[in-house]
Design a binder for this molecule. Structure first.
Ligand SMILES: Nc1ncnc2c1ncn2[C@@H]1O[C@H](COP(=O)(O)OP(=O)(O)OP(=O)(O)O)[C@@H](O)[C@H]1O
Length: 762
């Protein structure tokens, strides 16, 4: 009888489960196998596919007392398969060509299912793990296995080679860590306390970045402090690492380059390695380690167990699997599932221009991170530096990228972990795989290069079942890319506007109130008499003034443009009754109208956008605060109204920039520059500088703005360059060349918002 790989795998999970567990019987034909666990957000589904079966995954959730219990219902073929990773850069069975007959699955047989609803199967203390491992795990608050850990445990204990994939932050490190530690611990217990000095490593974990290597080391050390785990990576002195290795070691975690150097220098000998783990194998390729990885694998004893974790299966990773893994078992907890992100992550998208992004950023952090930790992702090291520098004037922040020395990177990460500063601005490579607990917010300051990067970036929040938010910032020309991203990742963005001043003030006040809890009662008593006096004299206003001062808003915030987010500007809307319409409004007709009503307004007008709703004859435009005030007092021709808007309506964004460039303003840049230095949002924050951003204040024209100037800015250009490069090598950015902008409604190029077939507004 042909035996299903999955049946073998699933039943073997239970066969290998320690005797302390009540084991389920082998699957029968009509009972579902259900692995319960206690937090729905950990669940990523246990599912896989094989050449002739469909995945069989169902997820059910129920409220059980106070705790939310989610059951992963797994049919026998749904955990294990030789072909997985479909749809997300997945691999196909033919190209991998592993374990053909032995693990072939037959549709009928897979129907066999067994119900297991014994929560104990996930309870760390009931898995037959060595007591000291259980104790250290429990000491870290790890009392139940996460699904990937549960799925890997038994086949790993059986000694099988494994290829695995699970969503970000779902505990992959301990998925390979627990079985390996169990085996090492048991070996050690057998040998008694005789630990050979100078012993050679039995475990080798390869990681693509130093930070990831250090994290894996930390996870293993904290779970098994009694084992000797040494982490080796470049950028620091060899001596400490060589000394640590020479004292005798159980586990070596490291990046390929330094491992090779240590092998060549005879400090690291791999002749006794029994367990190999390749963590984030696809990233080895991305950071150019493929040759080094192969050299290392060639140096390992052939008799070993190998586990490979990878989010995608590019050709090189498949080749590795074929060449260096022995009949591997695939465990894919993502599979064809649409949503690649952990459930607790809320996704937002926000349209901004090159420069307004910078002014909006700190407001997003204030409103969405609510005083917690934020990671901002930039494309380039230079942007990481610039953005961090600009933010630091408002919120404590540090940059993390490859040009920063290893020592400084570690200090930065430690400072961030300890909450010494709350915003980390990082490039993708530097932040790869970082496990920083309690990151509340991820901001994609620039679009990621591909969906996998988006998933990895976003996955720095919402880890280990917690909640978090990710905000994607994009320019109007990137709207289409955002839609592609939704499709590729299987997610849905909530399109948001920049936070209003009221929201920023409200959040700031909340955060200040939260900090009051940290004031020592003994300090409070010194201030009580004055506080009492103030309260008697001024009532609640005294407390409000204190909160305003502490929030950095001792002066009232000046208004800001809703279009550019620039300080000292106001966004107004001109609406014309259809009865008075002389054809559609255009940017030109808006300036014409303004010069009729109040010529100073025509001279000073900033950006102009036409409202996308065809039923409304309307346009929004920016004016300096004082001019706006004066304009609002003017008598208007009948049928026209001008109002100050607090939220932008959907706007047309459909003109090639060149068509309108510079036509609608007769002032020179200096006029605006002088004016805009007046006032200033958060001007009252003591020595902190206002939120203007270096010399690029005129560089904020986006692709489809009507206003003059600014297109030469570096950041705007780099947006374009990135887009152009991207379009040739990823699923993103297939721009239609004949049309300058994308439709504001649907994001597609090739038609204007007024011709949009969907007529949807965001
Ligand atoms: N069973 C568990 N119970 C509670 N916390 C856990 C459990 N397993 C792992 N964790 C914690 O969850 C966090 C995420 O784990 P880990 O870094 O291994 O995730 P990951 O899947 O490797 O993420 P990424 O793909 O982003 O690298 C860690 O802080 C880890 O200590």
């Amino acid at each position: 009888m042909a035996c299903s790989s999955s049946i073998i795998g699933v039943s073997s999970i239970y066969q290998a489960t320690p005797s302390s567990l009540e084991l389920p019987k082998r699957p029968t034909s009509n009972s579902p196998l259900s692995l319960p666990f206690s937090d729905k957000s950990h669940f990523n589904g246990l599912k896989s596919s094989s050449s002739n079966t469909h995945s069989r995954f169902r997820q059910s959730a129920a409220c059980n007392g106070n705790s939310f219990v989610t059951s992963a219902v797994v049919t026998p073929n749904s955990v294990l398969s030789e072909e997985a990773f479909k749809g997300f850069g997945g691999f196909d069975k033919d190209s991998l060509d592993v374990s053909e007959n032995e693990y072939e699955t037959e549709e009928d047989e897979v129907a066999g299912e067994i119900a297991v609803e014994n929560k104990n199967e996930l309870v760390v203390s009931k898995l037959g793990l060595p007591q000291k491992l259980v104790e250290s795990l429990e000491g870290r608050g790890i009392t139940e296995l996460f699904p990937i850990q549960r799925a890997v445990l038994t086949p790993a204990l059986e000694g099988r080679d494994i290829i695995a994939r699970a969503k970000t932050g779902t505990g992959k490190t301990l998925a390979f860590g627990i079985p390996i530690i169990k085996k090492l611990t048991e070996d050690e217990e057998e040998r008694g306390s005789r630990r050979r000095a100078g012993r050679l490593p039995r475990v080798l974990v390869l990681a693509p970045t130093r930070e990831l290597a250090k994290q894996v080391e930390k996870e293993i050390k904290e779970s098994a402090p009694y084992l000797n785990t040494v982490c080796v990576y470049g950028g620091v002195s060899y001596i400490t690492q060589q000394n640590a290795l020479s004292r005798g070691v159980d586990v070596v975690v490291g990046t390929p380059g330094r491992i090779i150097d240590l092998i060549n220098g005879n400090s690291l000998k791999l002749g006794e390695v029994q367990y190999l783990v390749l963590d984030e194998a696809d990233q080895m390729l991305a950071v150019g380690f493929e040759e080094d990885v192969e050299v290392i694998l060639e140096n390992l004893p052939p008799e070993r167990q190998s586990m490979l974790f990878s989010a995608t299966m590019p050709g090189w990773v498949k080749k590795l699997a074929r060449k260096y893994l022995n009949n591997p078992l695939t465990i894919d907890l993502v599979g064809d599932e649409e949503e690649k992100l952990a459930e607790g992550i809320k996704l937002y998208a926000l349209q901004a221009t090159g420069t307004s992004k910078r002014t909006i950023l700190s407001d997003l952090v204030t409103v969405y991170a609510k005083g917690g930790k934020t990671i901002v992702f930039t494309q380039t090291k230079r942007d990481a530096d610039e953005v961090s520098l600009a933010l630091t004037n408002i919120i404590a922040s540090e940059a993390l990228h490859g040009d920063i020395s290893q020592h400084q990177r570690e200090r930065t990460l430690n400072g961030f972990r300890q909450g010494k500063f709350t915003v980390l601005v990082a490039t993708d490579v530097a932040a790869r795989g970082l496990d920083i607990p309690n990151v509340d917010l991820v901001i994609h300051y620039e679009l990621p290069n591909d969906p996998e990067t988006f998933v990895h970036r976003s996955g720095r929040t919402g880890r280990a079942g917690k909640e978090g938010s990710a905000i994607l910032m994009f320019t109007s020309s990137q709207r289409r890319t955002v839609r592609s991203l939704e499709r590729d990742v299987g997610c849905r963005f909530d399109f948001i506007n920049p936070p209003s001043i009221e929201e920023v003030l409200g959040s700031s006040a909340d955060q200040v109130v939260a900090t009051l809890a940290g004031v020592h009662p003994e300090s409070v008593q010194y201030f009580t008499p004055t506080a009492q006096k103030l309260m008697d004299e001024q009532g609640v206003d005294a407390l409000a003034a204190a909160l305003a001062q502490l929030s950095g808003f001792s002066r009232p915030p000046s208004s800001r443009s809703l279009i550019t987010h620039e300080q000292g500007w106001v966004t107004l809307q001109l609406t014309r009754d259809s009865g008075y319409s002389r054809g559609f409004l255009s940017a030109r007709s808006v300036t014409g109208f303004l010069s009729d009503v109040y010529s100073a307004a025509a001279d000073e007008v900033g950006k102009i956008h036409i409202v996308a709703d065809e039923r409304v004859q309307g346009a929004v435009f920016d004016l300096p605060e004082e001019i706006a005030k004066e304009l609002l007092d003017k008598q208007l021709p009948p049928g026209n109204t001008i109002t100050k808007v607090s939220k932008l309506p959907a706007l047309q964004d459909d003109g090639p920039a060149g068509d309108f460039y510079g036509r609608f303003s007769n002032r020179d840049r200096g006029a605006r520059g002088d004016r805009s230095t007046r006032g200033g949002f958060r001007g009252g924050r003591g020595s902190r500088s206002p939120r203007s951003f270096s010399s690029s204040r005129y560089s904020d024209d986006d692709d489809n703005d009507f206003r003059r100037g600014g297109r030469g800015s570096r950041s705007d250009k780099s947006d374009w360059l990135i887009n152009d490069r991207r379009s040739s090598r990823s699923s993103f950015g297939n721009r239609d060349s004949g049309f300058g902008g994308a439709c504001f409604n649907c994001g597609r190029t090739g038609h204007r918002a007024s011709e949009c077939p969907t007529k949807q507004s965001y």
